[in-house]
Design a protein around this ligand. Structure first.
Ligand code: THU
Length: 126
């Protein structure tokens, strides 16, 4: 699975985004260590607060299906440039995969790779 392939799976997942309030659509594709891929999109709610981000949709789908070991996540959105995961999603990622690879795409359509450790150093843990 190449980074490009994972990004294009995230593109496809973004088509299902439910974002009538922000109009900001997000798609994610989560690659598990065994090669399985779970996709996610953002799902907004009239209360705003009940909105779920694309990344957490993908992670929760995976965990609820018995997966807990993740290699990489590709994230795309309907605006040009890198879409970084929000703080809550970073903390959820840290719960399962502190060494997760995060694949984004910049305005020139180039892949940008980060580690979760770069984006969330010193995460909270119990
Ligand atoms: N959103 C995501 O899906 N992922 C992020 O990492 C940032 C924000 C969604 C939530 C909401 O539906 C919209 O983007 C605007 O915040």
């Amino acid at each position: 699975m190449t980074n490009k392939e994972l990004l294009s799976i995230a593109d496809k997942a973004m088509e299902n985004a439910y974002a009538p309030y922000s109009k900001f659509k997000v798609g994610a594709a989560l690659l598990c260590k065994d090669g399985t891929i779970f996709t996610g999109c953002n799902i907004e709610n009239a209360t705003y607060g009940a909105t779920n981000c694309a990344e957490r949709t993908a992670i929760f789908k995976a965990v609820s299906e018995g997966q807990r070991e993740f290699e990489a996540i590709a994230i795309v959105s309907s605006v040009s440039g890198e879409t970084f995961p929000c703080g809550i999603c970073r903390q959820v990622m840290a719960e399962f995969a502190p060494e997760l690879k995060i694949i984004l795409r910049n305005e020139k359509y180039e892949e940008c790779i980060y580690t979760l450790m770069e984006l969330l150093p010193k995460s909270f843990s119990l």
